[in-house]
Design a protein around this ligand. Structure first.
Ligand code: SAH
Length: 468
């Protein structure tokens, strides 16, 4: 599930300040229902985009919530992992809490400045169809672009799905945009994930302050938000009417309720953060056909399979034994034919030109280059950047400087016995920039994992993009 917020406001990097998330860092937050990753796919002088990627653990959710309930297939096989829903609202409140509440300590004037903003939700379930989308966003001053997804791209005769890729644009404050999304995403989905009670009504009223009372669809919005609980709906509609009569501001002058900002930065393994970072970069690139080169035991492949954006997924590794483990872990023998069609595991080496690697949108190369002998790196560079030539390459490697932070790692040794080298940030960036220049790619760098002020983060990530 992916939300992308973009601005053409200058300086574009103000978006990072408003969101309280640094554009050069990939950040991961543990939420009660899964993980949220924040990443900036685009930071130029003219444009800045930030992604909020949610990984909803639907199996974990069901297990945690209903320990006594029997197996109910619909609880496992559902759209929650990829469709925008009230989980997105919770993530907005928890990860972008300050921005939602319009707080920015360093630059308070920014918060109240209207800037040109666009928000894209990749998979928004819209019960009620496209017209409802326009009827809700347009009175609030948004331009709406919506593209409906087919039920199954391979079978157009099955017709359209209830899912839309939606972009809304408006020159407004970030806080207002986030507030509208917070309230409206679950309204379109019309399927709340947690119990609706008085607290929900209070949240709706607080977040609806100043715009909901005068919205022509206020009744439908309220009805859906409160999931058809008549008493709550009547009460909140009555209060909205009061607000309309008294003008903006809460009737009794109290402060709107706000979610507490949680201590979110709980430890998540570096492995998980790395997979999340690569996944977010691949998603943000819009790639549909992807390669995982040196896929190992298939950690990234598993996440790619869970996301329907990726229609063709190929994992390649030089080690047959590793591929066998990947095959077992991914339960390849038990996949449905449709799922099995999306995935292919191939045996091959990054040292040799390979036609099977041509024609892909993106390639991930995660913790692989440090396994290659330095004199052979140039062969790898040509195989990938000259011949396979995907539009985007997401590549990670250890940052040697950070090794000093690990007491258990003797000074001067590598993290893994098979590593042929480990690069400092300078070495990696020199190598990556040089090769980007030679093969006509642009490259951006991100730090993944906890950041030491002098030594950086444990993992360094480069996103190479070939201008189309
Ligand atoms: N990407 C995986 C595995 C990283 S370990 C992960 O992040 O978990 C490095 C992997 O690269 C190993 O599985 C190793 O077999 C593979 N590898 C090493 N040299 C290779 C080569 N020349 N071609 C393809 N894969 C290679």
């Amino acid at each position: 599930m992916l939300l992308t917020i973009s601005t053409t406001h200058r300086p574009a990097a103000d978006l990072g300040r408003l969101l309280h998330k640094h554009p050069e860092r990939f950040q991961t937050f543990e939420l009660s229902f899964g993980k949220a990753h924040v990443y900036y796919p685009e930071v130029t002088a003219e444009r800045c985009s930030a992604c909020l990627l949610l990984e909803v653990d639907s199996v974990g959710l069901v297990r945690n919530r209903n320990p006594d309930q029997g197996f109910v297939l619909a609880q496992y096989v559902n759209d929650r992992p990829y469709a925008a829903s009230s989980f997105l609202s919770v993530a907005i409140a928890q990860v972008f809490g300050s921005a939602l509440q319009g707080r920015c300590k360093d630059r308070p004037e920014l918060v109240t400045t209207a800037i040109p903003l666009a928000a894209r939700v990749d998979v928004l379930p819209v019960r009620g169809g496209e017209q409802f989308l326009h009827r809700v966003f347009e009175p609030l001053g948004y331009q709406v672009e919506a593209a409906r997804a087919p039920l199954d791209e391979r079978f157009p005769e099955w017709g359209a799905s209830p899912y839309f890729a939606v972009t809304v644009r408006k020159t407004t404050t970030l806080s207002e945009l986030l507030t509208h999304l917070y309230v409206l995403v679950p309204v379109f989905d019309n399927c709340k994930h947690y119990w609706v009670g008085d607290a929900e009504m209070e949240k709706l009223l607080a977040r609806g302050e100043g715009w909901l009372a005068s919205h022509p669809e206020k009744e439908e919005i309220t009805r859906r938000y409160l999931r058809y609980q008549p008493s709550l709906i009547r009460m909140s509609l009555a209060r909205l009417v009061e607000e309309e009569e008294e003008g903006a501001g809460t009737a009794d002058g109290e402060q709107p309720t706000v979610e507490p900002e949680l201590g979110l930065e709980q430890p998540i393994s570096l492995n998980e953060q790395r997979v999340g970072a690569v996944l977010a970069a691949l998603r943000a690139s819009g790639a549909r056909r992807v390669l995982d080169l040196g896929c190992g035991e298939g950690k990234l492949l598993r996440e790619l399979m869970r996301d329907r954006q990726f229609e063709q997924i190929v994992g390649m590794d030089v080690s047959i034994r590793t591929l066998e483990i990947a095959q077992r872990r991914l339960k390849v023998d038990r996949l449905s034919p449709a799922q099995a069609n999306r995935l292919e595991l191939i045996h091959g080496s990054l040292m040799y030109r390979d036609r099977r690697l041509e024609g892909f949108d993106a390639a991930a190369v995660v913790e692989v280059v440090e396994h290659l002998d330095p004199p052979r790196l140039s062969a790898f560079e040509r195989v990938l950047f000259e011949f396979a030539k995907p539009r985007v390459v997401v590549l990670t490697t250890p940052n040697r400087e950070y090794n000093a932070c690990w007491d258990t790692l003797p000074a001067g040794s590598f993290r893994h016995p098979d590593h042929r080298f480990e690069w400092t940030r300078g070495e990696f960036q020199d190598w990556a920039s040089g090769l980007a220049d030679r093969f006509g790619y642009a490259v951006r760098f991100l730090a993944v994992g906890p950041e030491h002020p002098d030594l950086g983060s444990p993992t360094q990530l480069g996103v190479f993009t070939r201008p189309s």
